[in-house]
Design a protein around this ligand. Structure first.
Ligand code: SDX
Length: 426
């Protein structure tokens, strides 16, 4: 085992060094407080690893993303989302037999208690869909309070399949509630993403005709969003699950974390930004200057990334898919031109070059969702649907490894001890 040495205050502390399967180096500080009495400090955990994981590998310098060793390019171009879900959760692509069993087992679990509809109907139609989805996911515990015995593979399989069956129904219901449409069930045996698309778009007054362009676009987007190692929402799922909170409660917390506009909520913010640039006459340089202005809180949404200091490989795939989907659907959306020109202008600007700010997964995805008649406020719900298998995979990995409860330390910088003064003397 390689060692690192830390010298401070006349002390020399030896720390183990972990080398990952892709030669990443981690200095193990799990004994630092015990051996030295002090801790490290790293707001936002920019330099801190929370765990060892076998699920996903990111190389931010070279724009590499792999799920269980398979490249995101290979998976996005060849797999379907249910295969990728099995890969992330169980570590292997399913055989044909396993895949067929998945569809049957998901169909078996694809019913929600009718009282869930009553909870949904209590929300104002204008409620943000992410708030509805997070609350409804949490409510599933009320209808299925049994906690998952993580030592029992069958119980975990049942819980995971419950989520893979029920969350798409909640997504479709939230989408339809806002449009005042009847709440549909579907038939997953017709295909997982096929059924998700049908549950969302089927109209009560006409025969549903599947549009393969739409299904393929949603399939690709769900795969591209399926996991991204220890991002904010996945870390939230892991830390909530580490207290032995239930799986549904952990996933619900991940949905809430994803909602933030610096994270999954960025895809909605990108479209709103592009639409305001278009409405302002397409003055891209004005928005680039706003993003650079330290006195202006405005940021170029869909740009920058904590890990990628190069192009986000998902953004490359989505940018190409946006072209294809708009062409196949015969849509000419000026927003795509605004996005492309914004990308070109930013790529030539020293501020963005110096800070290695490139388009991320959220920059082009909204253009496709819009072309599929999915409204802006539903974009992050689609992100959550995609990220579900990744959250499950990390929850499973953390719980089966019996990782300790997540409880970071701090450096106190507040008042020293002081005497209480009664109110009549204050
Ligand atoms: C996702 O972590 C994941 O893996 C997330 C994700 C996933 O799949 O789970 O990939 C999904 O969340 C993608 C990111 C979506 N968010 C956005 O597009 C929002 C806009 N981008 C940012 O706010 C920002 O880039 C973050 C939040 C993505 C990353 O922030 P960091 O790593 O904390 O970097 P930072 O805020 O410290 O910025 C470093 C510098 C600062 O300038 P200086 O103080 O050094 O002068 O870059 C600047 C920032 O002001 N900067 C930007 C910018 N992003 C960073 N300036 C203008 N526009 C931006 N978008």
């Amino acid at each position: 085992m390689k060692k690192a040495k830390l010298t401070f205050d006349g002390k020399v502390i030896e720390l183990d060094v972990i080398v990952g399967s892709e030669n990443e180096i981690g200095i193990d500080i799990s004994r630092l407080k015990t051996d030295s009495g002090f801790i490290t400090l790293d707001p936002g955990f920019k330099n801190t690893g929370s765990c060892e994981s076998k699920v996903t590998f990111l190389d931010g310098e070279n724009g590499v993303l792999r799920y269980r060793g398979y490249s995101i390019e290979d998976l996005a171009n060849n797999a379907d989302f249910l295969e990728v879900s099995h890969l992330l959760i169980y570590g292997e692509l399913p055989t044909k037999k396993q895949y067929k069993k998945l569809l049957v087992d998901i169909q078996e679990r694809s019913v929600l208690d009718e009282d869930v509809k009553k909870i949904l109907e209590t929300f104002p139609r204008s409620a943000h869909p992410m708030g509805m989805l997070s609350s409804l996911t949490s409510s599933l515990v009320a209808f299925d309070p049994s906690s998952v015995d993580v030592t029992n593979e069958e119980e975990m399989y049942d819980a995971f399949l419950n989520l893979l069956a029920k969350i798409p129904i909640l997504v479709a219901w939230v989408f339809r509630r806002r449009r005042g449409l009847p709440l549909e069930y579907g038939d997953f045996s017709q295909g997982y993403v096929e059924n998700i698309t049908k549950m969302m778009f089927k109209m009560p007054n006409k025969k549903y005709v599947e549009n393969k362009v739409v299904v393929n676009a949603i399939n690709k987007l769900l795969i591209l969003h399926a996991d991204h190692e220890q991002n904010c929402s996945t870390s939230t799922v892991r830390i909530v699950g580490s207290s032995q909170a239930g799986l549904f409660a952990s996933i619900s917390s991940g949905i809430s974390a994803l909602w933030g506009r610096l994270h999954g909520g960025a895809n909605q913010a990108v479209l709103e930004m592009l639409e305001s640039i278009l409405n302002d006459g397409g003055d891209i340089s004005a928005y680039i200057n706003k993003a650079k202005d330290k006195n202006d809180t405005f940021r170029l949404m869909g740009f920058g990334h904590r890990v990628y200091k190069n192009f986000d490989p998902r953004a490359k795939i989505i940018k190409k898919a946006a072209h294809e989907v708009l062409h196949d659907l015969g849509i000419n959306d000026p927003i795509l031109d605004i996005a492309k020109n914004l990308e070109i202008e930013a790529s030539k600007d020293q501020y963005f070059i110096d800070r290695k700010l490139y388009p991320n997964v959220d920059f082009y995805s909204g253009i496709i969702y819009k072309a599929l008649n999915i409204p802006n406020e539903m974009f992050t719900v689609m992100f959550a649907l995609g990220r579900l298998p990744g959250w499950i995979a990390h929850w499973r990995e953390m719980r089966t490894k019996k990782e300790p409860i997540g409880r970071p330390r701090q450096i106190y910088t507040g008042e020293k001890l002081r005497e209480f003064i009664s109110i009549d003397k204050r």
